[in-house]
Design a protein around this ligand. Structure first.
Ligand code: IPE
Ligand code: IPE
Ligand code: MG
Length: 243
């Protein structure tokens, strides 16, 4: 991947990350089961991915399932995993034709074996693509990710191959799932909730946050374009004086 630089002032974001929230409330408002909301949510994914490809976004990360989402009833977890299977089976060839490189972040060993195979296949088939990178955060949580990085560094220090004083941002980031992905420039959360829910906490240090009331199944290309327009009007200062 290219250098891990952020987008330039007034330019579109290089990396957009989305917390896709509100499927349950979308279904409830219609008297439908939560599964129906997740199904519509999966359709919204397709449109937003296409939109980002058309808009020339370099990287799109989608929060699909958090490390805390296992707390949901088993039937809902099964529905979500079933939709993921469907998505991977149906969409990978189209994504590959669109030159999209698919990547996953999060802990894989807790996932069903067939899902791990689909993930490996999706990453393998699209590995050589140099268009947009689509990162799917699955069984992902920043605390897990950061703790795993700490363990890795502590092991290296204990083995004598790393001096604690040499641990800087670069060394630390090299141990994160996102080591070769630029930090998000824009994080959008749908459904009106204003929190990050354990998503890209380290990487979000200077991301522009955007909280929109639209429920994820209703999020469309127009919403995406509006968010990108607003991003381009924001003044990112990274701690420097305002001008
Ligand atoms: C997002 O919608 C989907 C996942 C978290 C996997 P929710 O299922 O969280 O929808 P709400 O928040 O209950 O409306
Ligand atoms: C965050 O949404 C996780 C995903 C969108 C995958 P949640 O609905 O799980 O978050 P909380 O529980 O409201 O914080
Ligand atoms: Mg939610």
């Amino acid at each position: 991947m290219e250098a891990l630089t952020s987008s330039q002032p007034g330019q579109p974001p290089r990396h957009v990350a989305i917390i896709m929230d509100g499927n349950g409330r979308w279904a409830k408002a219609r008297g439908l089961p939560r599964a129906a909301g997740h199904q519509r949510g999966a359709s919204a994914v397709r449109k937003v991915v296409e939109g980002c490809v058309d808009l020339g976004i370099f990287c799109l990360t989608l929060y699909a399932f958090s490390s805390e989402n296992w707390k949901r009833p088993p039937a809902e977890v099964d529905d979500l995993m079933g939709l993921l299977r469907l998505y991977l089976r149906r969409e990978i060839s189209g994504l590959n034709s669109s030159n999209v490189r698919v990547r996953f972040i999060g802990v894989r060993h807790d996932l069903a074996k067939d899902i791990r195979s689909l993930i490996d296949e999706a990453e393998g088939v699209t590995a050589g693509n140099d268009g947009m990178t689509l990162v799917i955060a699955l069984n992902y949580g920043s605390h897990n990710e950061i703790l795993a990085a700490c363990r890795q560094l502590a092991e290296q220090a204990a083995a004598g191959s790393l001096q604690p004083a040499d641990i800087d941002e670069g060394v630390f980031e090299s141990c994160l799932d996102t080591s070769d992905i630029p930090h998000p420039d824009l994080i959008i959360r749908t459904s009106g909730e204003q929190r990050l829910s354990n998503f890209l906490l380290w990487q979000a240090a200077y991301a522009e946050l955007m909280f929109v009331d639209t429920l994820w199944p209703d999020f469309c290309r127009e919403n995406l374009e509006q968010a990108i327009d607003e991003f381009q009007r924001r003044d990112r200062r990274y701690g420097a004086a305002s001008g």
